[in-house]
Design a protein around this ligand. Sequence first.
Ligand code: HEC
Length: 176
Amino acid sequence: MAFPIKTVALSVAGTFLVLAGGAAAYIELGVMNVSALNQDNAIMAAILHETSERSVAARISENPVPDGLLDKPELIKAGAQLYARNCAFCHSAPGREPGPQGKGENPRPPQGFFRAGRHVNTQEVFWYIKNGVKMTGMPSFVPTMDEQKMWSISAFLTKAPGMTPSDYAALSAATP
Ligand code: HEC
């Protein structure tokens, strides 16, 4: 049975109007709870996580790792100092509690960078530092650091798994 084109067009337009009205009501009536205490439901959290992981995986090869990056102790020490000042209050560090951002942000900043046996992808760490992640607390450091500094933090975090509080304290202490 054939529908007259006018009926089809009116039905499509009507459906759009109802959907647009619903979306406007959802916004205007304050249905969404933006409290950071309100966790996403499991399905939404899984969708957001997968979207973010795929997006980053498709882009991490944009920045090739500089030659010999992981063989320069002074660079790794500089990275530890930069990490202590710019990252530890969100991501914590051995023997250090995270600050309010590390405890109360939603999504919560990952806390496992120093876990023994963890595999680290240096290029991926660099991508996160350079780009940040939209709609989370993870900032892009482009406005505040050059790429040399970003690579030194990436090198430090590559060496981070299994680091003890005393190793971290020695490495992140300012050079006298
Ligand atoms: C204000 C808090 C905050 C600061 C400061 C911050 N981050 Fe993050 N970071 C986050 C959050 C939140 C996420 C999770 C983003 C997400 O859910 O996709 C994140 C994600 C990451 C990731 C991805 C980890 C993973 O397992 O997916 C890396 C790597 C990272 N940050 C490194 C750093 C480094 C290095 C610094 C300092 C130069 C830093 N961050 C500073 C909040 C922060």
